[in-house]
Ligand binder design. Structure first.
Ligand SMILES: Nc1ncnc2c1ncn2[C@@H]1O[C@H](COP(=O)(O)OP(=O)(O)OP(=O)(O)O)[C@@H](O)[C@H]1O
Length: 643
């Protein structure tokens, strides 16, 4: 039976077993008898229904398999199949959040009725008879608990409605979700084109067709929580089959399980770098090229260690994707000396940085027996991983069909440096590079303003090409606006900012408008500053680091980096251009600093769906560029891979 309702489409198989159903080792049993074949048959029909619904652009996640048991009380899952007793089924269906409107239910039902014609059944006239002659209609217990269904319906009404993308996809998105690749694949596309949406649907599709776990990793540490929430709403049946984790957390847990304990201490490694700079960096040719040691710290993190170089020869001949400042041989030799000194001091202190965690995990996984088994690995925001990180993921599934999926957009790379997939031995040729082109998130004015910030600057793509033109992207039409405030002083700027936030909150008790808004800043210290300012003004706010995707009434405050992959109806960017202006130091590495600051700002701007507020104090004097020595004492970018 196929049931279509507001909660989705359900392929239902009704069983009348004597023994209670149960799941043993992931297989369906009736008492002690293995009846898993029934699950396989049901899944096969579900898959046919999914194929038919793809014609209506409907995502596979909409279709669920359910086995209903007469005479049994059961509420559990076997793989992705729901088992429900006849008493449980109705309240369960009634409680589901609404996915389809009434007209959509009608369209889907008509379409499926045409594809799956009903069996002819003889007209049965049911005439229950009791031997004692009493009227069974009067005495039979009701099939459903009407109160329970009413309570469940109430629950459904209160539940957040399912977003449209959880049900319907663009034909290009849907085709990618269902594609069969014979090796690693990659999805790219400009901001807001639904890359993560496709990644989540793909995870569901894979989970429905495999038995192993799917690993879904990203670089940012708060994003996995949000993505896990989304997947649980998209397809509750597969929620425990998909493991969401940041790459570093995953690698650390792997090392812990294998008994390899590293002492990751960011303050200590930062100190090791500062000392290494004082010993061998600041008196070298490096300081002439760029006196701010942060640039060289990044060179070690993202280029030398991030790409896993172990010999000077490798570094001397390497191209440096993501960094355009030309380094001559003397500079590379000096950077290598700085790296060696840093490593010496680090080893002396017995501390490790984040890259060490990934490098060590790669070493552990060289032994195939040490590799955890995954049916597939999906990496989101892949442009922010280092080469070592991508190698680690590739080790887990190799070139298996549908094994590795890399999702990302080089234009949104927020860390310096980069890599090419070919350096990781990953080949995506042969129709395994997909591009998405419709932006669903940003109002057209917001996207235009964000692209103007980038000013057409080229960026290095992980496929090894340099992209020099803006992305070909259409916006799905939506109203929205960009509000620009140029203030004369910082105080005036902040007053305008607070007035805009207050206006958003209004005087109403509806705190949802604040809850779907964020204040994004380039630096952590600005986050602290704006949280204080908001708190003093009595505006409820919370740090984006603590956000897990659950709706709250608080205004979120965080850095551009923490906002990766997220989106809000309203976004405020106080002093939005400060880092871009600061990057224009006139130093020889200005191109790299400027490109990075612009990409980070671009990420912040493209988090806004409807309204983007951007403040600036155009005439503000910026602090003079620091000398190498001062900067060494106060690192101004994430220390050696802090996330
Ligand atoms: N088919 C769709 N129908 C309706 N909305 C969609 C669709 N696909 C995506 N969206 C909307 O676009 C938003 C952006 O999608 P998503 O976060 O997946 O984009 P992205 O390409 O990963 O973005 P970014 O790279 O900027 O983080 C989603 O939250 C969703 O609201």
């Amino acid at each position: 039976m196929i049931l279509v309702g507001p909660g989705g489409v359900f392929v239902i198989d009704v069983k009348n077993w004597r023994s209670p159903p149960s799941a043993l080792d992931g297989r369906l049993h009736a008492g002690s008898e293995d009846r898993h074949q029934e699950i396989i048959k049901l899944r096969a029909i579900t898959s046919r229904v999914q194929d038919e619904l793809a014609i209506l652009d409907m995502a596979p996640a909409v279709v669920a398999s359910v086995m209903v048991f007469a005479n049994q009380s059961v509420e559990q899952c076997v793989g992705t199949v729901f088992l429900r007793g006849v008493k449980e089924i109705a309240p369960w269906l009634a409680a589901l959040p609404r996915r389809l409107t009434t007209p959509q239910v009608g369209r889907v039902a008509v379409h499926l009725a045409g594809k799956f014609p009903a069996y002819d059944t003889p007209d049965l006239v049911e005439r229950p008879v009791r031997v004692d002659g009493s009227d069974p209609q009067q005495q039979a217990p009701s099939l459903f608990d009407v109160d329970a269904i009413a309570r469940a319906e109430q629950q459904s009404v209160l539940a957040r409605p399912i977003e449209s993308w959880m049900t319907y996809l663009h034909p290009d998105q849907l085709a990618i979700v269902r594609r069969r690749w014979n090796g690693p694949a990659r999805i790219s596309g400009a901001a807001g084109t639904g890359k993560t949406v496709v990644g989540l649907h793909r995870a569901v599709w894979l989970a429905q067709r495999t038995v192993g776990k799917i690993l879904y990793v990203t670089f940012v540490k708060n994003l996995p929580r949000v993505q896990a929430q989304l997947l649980a709403r998209l397809s509750p049946a597969v929620a425990d089959r998909v493991e969401f984790c940041s790459l570093h957390a995953w690698a650390r847990s792997l090392l812990d399980q294998r008994g390899v304990h590293l002492r990751v201490d960011l303050a200590a490694v930062g100190n090791c770098f500062s000392r290494a700079w004082l010993h061998v960096g600041r008196s070298s040719v490096l300081a002439e090229l760029e006196p701010n040691p942060t640039y060289w710290q990044d060179e070690i993190t993202y280029v030398i260690k991030g790409r896993g170089f172990t010999e000077l020869g490798q570094y001397l001949t390497a191209t440096r994707p993501g960094r355009r400042t030309a380094l001559r041989r003397v500079h590379r030799e000096a950077a290598w000396q700085l790296y060696l000194e840093y490593e010496r001091l680090r080893a002396e202190r017995g501390v490790h940085d984040f890259t060490d965690v990934l490098t060590e995990a790669v070493a552990v996984l060289r032994d195939p027996a040490a590799r955890p088994r995954y049916a597939a690995v999906i990496a989101d925001e892949v442009q922010d991983l280092t080469l070592v990180g991508v190698r680690l993921l590739h080790q887990l599934v190799g070139d298996a069909p549908n094994g590795l999926l890399l999702i990302g957009d080089g234009q949104q790379a927020v860390y310096p440096g980069g890599f090419r997939l070919s350096d990781a031995g990953i080949d995506i040729r042969g129709g395994r590079a997909e591009v998405l082109r419709v932006n669903y998130r940003n109002a057209a004015d917001i996207l235009t303003a964000a692209l103007q910030t980038l000013d057409g600057q080229p960026f290095d793509d992980i496929d090894g090409t340099v992209v020099t033109t803006g992305p070909a992207v259409e916006t799905a039409y939506r109203d929205g606006r960009v509000i620009r405030v140029d203030a004369a002083t910082a105080n005036e700027h902040d007053q305008a900012f607070l007035a805009a936030v207050r206006q958003l909150a209004g005087d109403s008790s509806d705190d949802r408008r604040l809850g779907d808004a964020a204040v994004l800043c380039a630096r952590k210290k600005d986050v602290v500053y704006y949280q204080r300012l908001l708190t003093r003004a009595g505006i409820p706010n919370s740090n984006l680091e603590d956000y897990d995707g659950q709706a709250t009434g608080e205004l979120k405050v965080g850095t551009f980096l923490r906002s990766k992959g997220l989106e809000f109806k309203h976004v405020f960017l106080p002093h939005h251009d400060r880092d871009v202006r600061k990057a224009q130091t006139g130093s020889l590495t200005e191109t790299d600093r400027l490109a990075l600051a612009k990409r980070q700002l671009f990420v912040g701007m493209t988090r806004a769906r409807d309204v983007l507020w951007i403040g600036a104090v155009p005439d503000a004097k910026l602090p003079r560029p620091r000398t190498g020595q001062e900067a060494a004492a106060v690192p101004d970018s994430p220390p050696l891979g802090s996330r």
